[in-house]
Write a protein that binds this ligand. Structure first.
Ligand code: GLN
Length: 189
């Protein structure tokens, strides 16, 4: 592995991309805002942030980023709307069936302590009109649950969260993602 920091792209079309950029920089990564397919060149990983999945989907199509992200072969982290974008019905990069805004109006936004696989300390999950995972494909690993439902999952090189790890000070989800990135990077080297 070369010693340089991981270069991580953050899809910057709409939504919480600045917060992700901040969290990634704090975890030691170099960050590139992605607005055009060429911005993906030379990246070690990509974050697809939360926001409004319909808006992000439309903008991604207009700029040709949907096809470009489908062809991107490095690790990806998708949060909230980003999880929707990566699911079976959208880019098809995670084997999950996801339902948008599935928590109903009154409880559409909430916070909850989540148990992370392999960690003693809970992770504070911020859920904002969060998607709900309805079906988990074979080979998808559940890394955290909320009331028995999966909210943090890994499908190979893709990590997805129904909540917003970029809105808390806890770096552990971003750190896990950067571990995936460093693994992939060392395999390539
Ligand atoms: N409700 C949003 C959507 O369906 C997702 C919410 C979020 O990313 N915080 O696009």
């Amino acid at each position: 592995m070369d010693g340089r920091p991981a270069r991580i792209g953050v899809l910057a079309l709409q939504g919480a991309f600045r917060e992700h950029a901040f969290a990634l920089r704090r975890a030691g990564a170099e960050v590139v805002e992605v607005r055009l397919p060429a911005d993906l060149d030379g990246l070690d990983g990509l974050v697809v942030p939360g926001g409004e999945s319909t808006t992000i989907t439309k903008l991604a199509r207009i700029y040709g980023l949907d096809e470009a992200i489908r062809r991107f072969t490095e690790p990806i982290l998708g949060t909230c709307a980003g999880m929707i974008l990566l699911d079976r019905d959208h880019l098809g990069l995670v084997d999950l069936e996801v339902e948008r805004n599935a928590y109903g109006r009154q409880v559409a936004s909430f916070e909850a302590d989540l148990e992370l696989a392999g960690e003693a300390e809970p992770f504070r999950g911020v859920f904002i009109r969060a998607p709900r995972v309805r079906e988990v494909g074979e080979g998808v690993e559940v890394l955290a649950e909320h009331r028995g439902e999966p909210v943090l999952l890994r499908d190979g090189r893709v990590l997805v969260a129904a909540f917003h790890p970029e809105l808390t000070d806890d770096p552990r989800v971003h750190e896990r993602f950067l571990e995936l990135v460093m693994e992939a990077k060392s395999v390539r080297a």
